[in-house]
Design a protein around this ligand. Structure first.
Ligand code: MF3
Ligand code: CO
Length: 260
């Protein structure tokens, strides 16, 4: 069942998405060598609660934390821990906040210190593929148009698309219909209609596309242990002009003031 949101609901989605974006902006200030991923989780949880939000991942299907932490070969759904970030790591930070009954979902993959050029290029391409997908998120197109745009952009550059994990509809629930795969064929899948809210989240790897899910049922890594990148925005279908409800602006501000 796909729920189309009213204008009033889109306003609430926008507020939840702004809070999740600001949370990632706050976390961005702390990403550095030597910081534990558990510390980042504490920062995010406190920020959400201080701003009237509910950390929606915490307890979701038994998930143990506010943030999904994706260091290097971790693709998705990693747990915060005592691990201290190291120079040269990449860390994807994926989280959802619920505010006033609606959910905002976003993910950004950070560089920790100096990262190898090939990995930096993977991050740039994954981020660009998200924009390519968003560009196709227009009324009258189909989910497959988004999927194809992401896949073709990444595979043309020699990267692999994780297939087992997808984007999704989002609203009152974190995960709603439809699924939004990062691979697929044009003009296939559910029709995009005004008021649909979806999270687009390419998970793209430097090596092969195969993944392993740990025995805990959550933590997911590349089989070949090559790096994996992940960026995510929550958007609303709005004619030819998708509303990008989440933003990386707060992250960019934090990163810029760190480097000054
Ligand atoms: N963006 C992630 C997803 O849609 C957020 C996961 S939160 C979790 O799967 F609680 F499910 F881990
Ligand atoms: Co998501």
């Amino acid at each position: 069942m796909i729920y189309l949101k009213t204008q009033e609901e889109i306003v609430k989605m926008q507020a939840a998405c702004d809070l999740v974006s600001r949370t990632l902006g706050e976390v961005a200030k702390w990403v550095a060598p030597g910081v534990t991923t558990r510390k980042l989780d504490d920062i995010a949880r406190e920020y959400m609660l201080d701003n009237g939000g509910r950390p929606a991942c915490l307890g979701y299907g038994g998930f143990p934390a506010t943030l999904c932490i994706e260091v290097n070969e971790t693709v998705v759904h990693g747990f915060p821990s005592g691990y201290e970030l190291r120079d040269g790591d990449i860390v994807g930070i994926d989280t959802v906040v619920e505010l006033d009954g609606y959910n905002g979902d976003s993910c950004y993959t950070f560089e920790v210190g100096e990262v190898e050029a090939a990995t930096r290029e993977l991050l740039a391409a994954t981020r660009q593929s998200l924009l390519k997908g968003i560009e196709k998120a227009r009324q009258g197109n189909r989910i497959g148009d988004i999927s194809y745009a992401v896949q073709s952009y990444c595979e043309a550059r020699g990267y692999s698309v994780v297939r087992e994990m997808c984007g999704h509809g989002i609203g009152r629930s974190m995960h709603e219909d439809p699924e939004v795969p990062n691979y697929g064929r044009r003009s296939t899948g559910p029709l995009l209609r005004n008021g649909m809210c979806i999270a687009i989240e390419p998970m793209i790897t430097l090596g092969k596309r195969h993944i392993v899910i740990e025995k805990d049922g959550w933590q997911c890594r590349t089989r070949d242990r090559k790096p994996s990148a992940h960026f995510e925005h929550t958007i609303a279908i709005n004619g030819d002009n998708p509303l990008v409800l989440t933003t990386f602006d707060y992250i960019n501000q934090s990163l810029n003031s760190k480097s000054n």
